[in-house]
Design a protein around this ligand. Sequence first.
Ligand code: IMP
Length: 499
Amino acid sequence: MAYYYTEPSRTFSEYLLLPNLTTKDCTPANVSLKTPIVKFKKGEKPDVSLNIPFSSAVMQAVSDHGMAVALARCGGISFIFGSQSVQDQAEMVRKVKGYKAGFVVSRSNLTPDHTLKDVLQLKEKTGHSTVAITDNGSPTGKLLGIVTSRDYRVSRDAQDKRVADFMTPFSSLIYGKSGITLSEANDLIWEHKLNCLPIVDGHQNLEYLVFRKDYDAHKENPLELLDSNKSYIVGAGINTKDYEERVPALVEAGVDVLVIDSSDGYSEWQRETIQYVKANFNAKIGAGNVVDREGFLYLVEAGADFVKVGIGGGSICITREAKGIGRGQASALIEVAQARDEYYRETGIYVPICSDGGIVHDYHITLALAMGADFVMMGRYFARFDESPTRKLRVGNNFVKEFWGEGSNRARNWQRYDTGGKQGLLFEEGVDSYVPYAGSLQENLDKTIGKIKSTMCNCGSLSIEELQQKARITLVSATSIVEGGAHDVILKESSLSEE
Ligand code: IMP
């Protein structure tokens, strides 16, 4: 006879946190959101931690190298999507690892034989007012000069004037040499009152440009997530099919953390994949997704460094409708967190868990952490920002960004859903959609983090660990959910229109 759970499976919106005593030292400025991402022994430190408990989903519409750099800069981690060729994915990882904060590869370049007209057209196209002039017009060619808007006057100069005749030539440029640190570059920028400092190698080939404004931005990111070489930390998704080819390439590219990306992780394929990785590489690997104690323990015994929790709760996910499997995200998380804590008591090994999918409101993140998650993974949340790799479109009066599931026909990530058998996507488990455009990652993260820290203070907690120990969580009745929003008032159209 089938086993029946006596409790319904529940989701975040059915719970609330109760405040604890807030002591005077319990202020948002004192709250730390640092959190482990890979397993560690009691009394030891994890090899990799996050500075904020956020990871971006292993999805084409969310996590490319651009998102990875932006999120690591804020203290979180992206898992670069695996539904692309091994080479392309490894290249994205390499770009993140090779990215030097503050050092940018020049994106607007011309040769001395171009004209003022070309400069103006390029400026119009890219919005950049600094153009590097190299012998072959490439970003890494021999640097011959720089053009900025101070070098020409549109009203006086002829459009066909050659760049060679008005650029600031290399002989008059202040430049930095290969290997210079960001703070040394900044010293030169200040000393010579520059806006931009080119960095060249021993053959005068252009490597990077350092802009004054980027240095200021860098200083504003005290939480950035860096490895011991000061490169950004980055993750990547793998599958249980081509791992023997994919993992070596990703490791070679410098990936910090792998995760097996699957809608159902409680499988022998995942165990084999973890064992292959552990036997052949000194690499960190998370696994999942699971929704119960059995699935969690199975993956931990197989060697997983962290376990991802959640089936069917994703915003673009139709797995529950298509196949009838899954579990309310809160119930899944609560059970797995209990199993994790028991495992820790018995073995002294702490295995972080990640709550993946179904975060709709910012407070859901705080609830997930309080329920035992060490970090969350989100797709929809990040897809809304400038930094996600998808197109921004205008629909009616609103801007939206495209967002599609890995199990949709658009992504066709059959490896994520494969349960053995014919290779290919037999039916869809995800949809193709839009999400409202929300601006920049940093601005939105700041707000979300502000809310989380504020709630943690209400709960008298200065760290995630403390929150997990102290949190008091209550179920809410259907009627009290109504009470939670604005009710019994006539809402004004926009409260922002008043001074
Ligand atoms: P979200 O944060 O609610 O948008 O959920 C994102 C999560 O949904 C991802 O991290 C995946 O675990 C999951 N997911 C991604 N694509 C699909 C899909 O096509 N079907 C089902 N789940 C998906």
